[in-house]
Design a protein around this ligand. Sequence first.
Ligand code: GRF
Length: 204
Amino acid sequence: MKKISVFASGGGSNLQSIIDASEKGMLNAEVALVISNNSSAFALERARKHGIKAIHFSTKTHPDPAIYTQELIKLHSDMKIDLVLLAGYMKLLPKPFIALYSGRILNIHPSLLPKHGGKGMYGHFVHEAVIAAKDKESGVTIHWVTEEYDEGPIMMQRSIPINHDDTPDTLAARVLKVEHAVYPEAAALVLSGQIRFPNRFTEK
Ligand code: GRF
């Protein structure tokens, strides 16, 4: 069985969708590790409820950057993690970690990248920008995480129409629902080797 680690800073509803998909046998993989930079993140509690190893890992727990990176890598190698999923994770990963897991790290973003991405574009800021831009559609992007971070190649997108009476909150709620469906699908495609970085379909 393949092993996934999930990085989450907040509520972890996307983490929950991955755990649920795994428990239903949709991924052929288990969530083996959950990491949060925030010791009070509900994501850690969700993980523990499912018996998943949940670790608070931050510059507070590991103030020395070299040791921080070394420990993160060691944890993943010792546990033989196959795929890393970022789900509402607010910190940058160390470059050597990204290099080691190249082609095996995904992130989810609640807009149709490259629109409304980049620095400061997270949570409600994204949906506020989408509404302010009077876009006709928004959606979800799953992309590979590279050292350039938000600019990694797009793996999968799903769009939804924006209603004339949408507010950032109503839009956020609809996008989040799509996130919960799309992230497990994307993870399953990568885990089964059907989609590979950089988005090449395998030939049989
Ligand atoms: C999601 O909208 C995700 O796309 C973004 O942060 C939010 C996390 O929500 N990167 P949750 O913690 O998974 O509920």
